[in-house]
Design a protein around this ligand. Structure first.
Ligand SMILES: NC(=O)c1ccc[n+]([C@@H]2O[C@H](COP(=O)([O-])OP(=O)(O)OC[C@H]3O[C@@H](n4cnc5c(N)ncnc54)[C@H](OP(=O)(O)O)[C@@H]3O)[C@@H](O)[C@H]2O)c1
Length: 245
């Protein structure tokens, strides 16, 4: 299938490692000119040359204004943006009583406001170009709360509402918004949890962890012209963990 992504441009956030890196690599394989983004210049340089990204931006998305600056810099490096994949590190762990007000603000900035800041910069030119793909890496926690991930459960559920709201404002302009909900996925972040095979089998109907590439494949399709009629959706890539609608 020709996804017609050749020479399109994309900013992929949280992309020096894990799911973001796999998404960047998959877009590049389809001929997309990609700008990476994360906090650490050294790992960005390494990933850039490893996967053939065109540019990178160093930004800490947990800080106010960084989503906006990263998006402006990506536009100036690539000339325009057709696709934005918002993604970042995992938020704080803890039950409601454990999470301080400051931590709520940090996670809100990181998971939410970095998305809003980025869209505000990119949408006017996407509208002019009559093409835009706004993809959000969130979590199955957006639909089914995960124990001990209070800020993730609360904030990511809200992002699905935001996507449903803005999608109808921009659908006429060829711009789509969709959330990707990873389940238990084989990245360094999850490897650190050292889950046994038995534990994985008990949690995941597919009986195995997901691979970052499996989220990247869906993301790349949704970034393409072929997916122009799919918007306002939240799609899990989770081996059957989520059972509800
Ligand atoms: N893996 C899973 O099983 C799973 C399941 C559900 C949801 N998710 C969510 O999916 C997202 C990606 O997960 P992952 O497993 O791919 O994580 P990961 O392997 O830890 O990679 C995270 C990436 O984001 C960057 N990053 C972290 N904090 C950042 C910040 N404040 N500003 C900018 N970049 C930042 C990291 O680079 P630097 O550290 O150099 O900045 C790295 O490139 C997370 O939000 C996670 O909660 C993951």
């Amino acid at each position: 299938m020709d996804l017609k992504l050749h020479n399109k441009t994309a900013l992929v956030m949280g992309s020096s490692a894990g799911i973001g890196k796999a998404i960047a690599e998959s877009l590049i394989a389809e001929g997309v000119r990609v700008c990476l983004c994360s906090r650490t210049e050294e790992s960005l340089q390494k990933t850039c040359s490893e996967i053939g990204a065109e540019a990178y931006v160093v930004a800490d998305l947990s800080k106010a204004g960084e989503g906006e600056r990263a998006t402006k810099e990506a536009i100036s490096k690539l000339g325009k943006l057709d696709v934005i994949v918002t993604n970042t590190g995992g938020p704080a762990k803890g039950s409601f009583a454990d999470i301080s007000n400051d931590q709520w603000f940090t996670d809100f900035q990181s998971l939410w406001m970095s998305v809003v800041e980025s869209w505000k910069v990119a949408l006017p030119s996407m509208k002019e170009n009559n093409y835009g793909r706004l993809l959000l890496v969130t979590s199955i926690a957006a639909k089914e709360p995960l124990t001990g991930l209070t800020t993730s459960n609360g904030l990511r559920a809200g992002l699905a509402g935001l996507v449903r709201s803005v999608a109808s404002e921009y659908a006429h302009a060829g711009i789509t918004f969709n959330c990707l909900l990873p389940g238990y996925t084989n990245t360094d972040r999850l490897k650190a949890l050292n889950l046994s095979d038995e534990k994985v089998k008990s949690m995941v109907p597919a009986g195995r962890l997901g691979e970052p590439q499996e989220i990247a494949d869906l993301c790349t399709f949704l970034a393409s012209e072929k997916a122009g009629y799919i918007t306002a959706q939240s799609i899990a890539v989770d081996g059957g963990v989520l059972k509800g609608l």
